[in-house]
Design a protein around this ligand. Structure first.
Ligand code: KG4
Ligand code: ZN
Length: 349
């Protein structure tokens, strides 16, 4: 198969484009070096509606995508011609939002006669760890914790993955967002819960999370319902309660189980490295507890910088680089997909 990487001596330059939800991102990397990282977000507008409105997201991407890509190329100090490949998120995510990024990337790659790379958004989150630790090599175990997914994955090699377990219902980020809404906090709720939790203590009783019996799986709907019931009961009885204590108790419950099972997975698979990715990994409490647990277990922890945990195009470029080196290029018929299995690179049609 044609692999332009083999013909070039310099580290490849990849343009990454991300538009799966409410962030329009464009980044340029050379090897694992980040040359530029641009983002335009419609989160402020979405916050007025308490969550992401798909049509607003699509329109915002349409407005922003060309400007963001232009800025990324300019700030990287390169010419269009120096780009070796265009990597774009083709799923999973909001279909209309994805279509904007995919269509733009296709037109851009076609016009410049550059190869196109289709990136699974989740694989992008997994590849964020390589940005901070370019020497990172599989095997390792990864905690994936985002708004749409919660899973523990075993990466055997850059092309082989195994899902050790995942959520049986809500994703952990979704639970943060829903609990935030109940506590009257704006969207996106995760950072708001983290901020409020710092003022509280974990003194509100929360239901037991799926532990040993659940293998590596998780369930967040019970925890979410318990918080809703606690707040509503207090309000109905006219009793006051501390929202900070509720936020803190929820955060501990939601995160402790993730940390515990990630370390367990690493021990069972016999790896010496743990990585993490997804928006919830920006959470300071998660980062601290995972670090402590890994230190205690003698495991090396590679955490992406917070900006590379939430949606961004640099992680898409980072995964694009892996696919580039594997020679996995996408056809010009590439289409967007609302859902893709967690570990798939590019599904055949
Ligand atoms: O990975 P991401 O940006 O988008 C998806 O692919 O889903 O994750 C977004 C999720 C949201 O649910 C958001 O509330 C959560 O990540 N999040 C956080 C924090 N920052 C973002 N959750 C807890 N603490 C944070 N600091
Ligand atoms: Zn994401």
């Amino acid at each position: 198969m044609y692999n332009p990487c083999k013909e070039k001596k310099k580290e490849p330059i990849i343009l990454g484009i991300e538009s799966s939800c409410d962030e329009t991102g464009a980044s340029i990397i050379q090897g694992r070096k980040v040359l530029s990282d641009e983002i335009a977000s419609s989160a402020n507008i979405q916050a007025l509606y308490g969550g992401v409105v798909p049509e607003i997201a699509s329109r915002a991407h349409t407005d922003a995508v060309a400007k963001v890509v232009e800025r990324a190329v300019k700030n990287a100090g390169i010419t269009y011609d120096e780009i070796d490949a265009v990597a774009v998120t083709y799923g999973a995510g909001l279909l209309g939002a994805l279509l904007v990024g995919v269509s733009f990337a296709k037109a851009f790659a076609y016009a410049l006669n550059k190869p196109l790379i289709a990136v699974n958004h989740i694989r992008g989150h997994l590849s964020a760890s390589y940005l901070d630790e370019p020497s990172l090599k599989p095997p390792f175990v990864t905690l994936l914790a985002s708004g749409g997914h919660t899973a523990i994955l075993y990466t055997k090699s850059e092309a082989e993955f195994e899902i050790l377990g995942g959520t049986l219902d809500d994703a952990v980020g979704e639970a943060f967002d829903k609990v935030a809404r109940v506590l009257g906090l704006p969207y996106p709720g995760g950072p708001q819960i983290e901020r409020l939790a710092k003022e509280g203590t974990p003194c509100v009783a929360m239901p037991k999370m799926l532990k040993g019996g659940g293998g590596y799986n998780f369930s967040y709907s019970g925890l979410k319902t318990a918080v809703i019931n606690y707040c509503h009961t207090k309000e109905q009885k006219g009793e006051s309660y501390s929202k900070a204590d509720v936020a803190c108790s929820f955060q501990c419950s939601a995160i402790d189980v993730l940390v515990e099972k990630t370390v367990l997975g690493a021990k069972e698979k016999g790896v010496d490295t743990v990585t993490a990715g997804g928006g919830v990994v920006a959470n300071g409490y998660l980062r601290e507890t995972l670090k402590k647990a890994c230190d205690k277990a003698g495991l090396k922890l590679v955490l992406p910088q917070k900006r590379y945990c939430t949606d961004n195009a640099t992680m898409i470029a980072s995964e694009g680089l892996i696919q580039y080196e594997l020679g996995n290029f996408a056809p010009m018929s590439l289409n967007a997909k609302a859902s893709i299995p967690l570990t798939v690179t590019l599904e055949s049609k």
